[in-house]
Design a protein around this ligand. Structure first.
Ligand code: URA
Length: 290
């Protein structure tokens, strides 16, 4: 009897969380697991109100969470894959909040957690290494791809294979450099045989993506391909319908376009991507090549 009611509560809670997730909630903020007394360093950490603008950007959000020991909390119910997995917040960095050093420090903390991540057993067993992300921690532009392929798995960096070479050409055609951008993926491990990420894998990796977005705090996010766009925004709309429009994700404007791998198979779609890039450049206030 008691077991039945526990199960019913568990199911009701799960349904409630799933409805929040469908409504766009990506994760729940978790309080520190220990009382402050057990972790004296947290007492001296105050959430900052603003971050130091690195350049001409006007940045206003970013809070440093209290320092706590890292504990991953996968939810182990049968429906676990539909729920977000949330770790304790990153400790506050010793640097001025929002400074380049602060962002590098926090990205490095996150990178270490990712390197130790075994939430997706199949991927963790098969990977050579995790592929965290690369680029400018203060970038105005954050690009999101799908998942590492064989080259990325070997080199530990996103978009270094054939699709990456094409992406580099697109970046150059936009008058940008790779160093102007922060690049990451929906997944940080290569799916075997380069299959599409499973929903539970994207869910397991979501915390890392959200962390990277929060630290870099870009003005623009470009989603390369349906997997990136649909997972970031929690939509099932096709990439054909998502491209050519802009969306809001936190403070970032999101634009979507076809994945470079798709362009390698369908070169005719390059003109569409170029249209999308022109829209991106225009919205970013950058010169639009004619
Ligand atoms: N394709 C992606 O989506 N990401 C990479 O990092 C490489 C290829």
């Amino acid at each position: 009897m008691a077991e039945d009611s526990t199960f019913a509560i568990d199911r009701a809670l799960r349904q409630e969380l799933e409805s929040w997730q469908r409504a766009g909630l990506s994760h729940l903020p978790m309080p520190p697991r220990r009382p402050p007394a057990a972790n004296p360093s947290s007492a001296s950490v105050k959430p900052p109100t603003t971050r130091t603008p690195p350049s001409s950007r006007s940045n206003s959000r970013m809070t440093a969470p209290a320092a706590t020991q890292f504990t991953s909390r996968p939810i182990t119910s049968p429906q676990a894959h539909t729920l977000p997995v949330v770790s304790d917040p990153l400790p506050a960095s010793p640097h001025a909040v929002g400074s380049l050093e602060d962002r590098q420090w926090r990205l490095n903390e996150l990178r270490q957690r990712v390197a130790a991540c075994i939430r997706c057993q199949e991927l963790a067993n098969a990977r050579t290494q995790t592929v965290f992300g690369v680029g400018n921690p203060e970038a105005r532009f954050l690009f999101i791809g799908e998942a590492p392929g064989a080259d990325e798995d070997a080199q530990g960096e996103p978009f270094v294979g054939a699709a990456g070479q094409l992406l580099n050409k697109i970046i150059a055609a936009c008058g940008l450099k790779r160093e102007d951008i922060y690049i990451c993926n929906i997944l940080r491990c290569r799916p075997p045989g380069n299959r599409k990420p499973l929903p539970e894998e994207a869910g397991n990796c979501r915390e890392w993506l959200d962390g990277q977005i929060a630290i870099v705090d870009p003005e623009f996010i470009v989603c390369w391909g349906a997997t990136a766009a649909q997972n970031l925004m929690g939509t099932e709309e096709s990439i054909g319908r998502l491209r050519g429009r802009s969306f809001q994700h936190g403070r970032a404007t999101v634009l979507c376009t076809y994945h470079p791998s798709y362009l390698l198979r369908n070169p005719a779609a390059k003109k569409d991507v170029w249209e999308d890039m022109k829209l991106f450049l225009k919205q970013a206030g950058l010169p639009v090549p004619v």
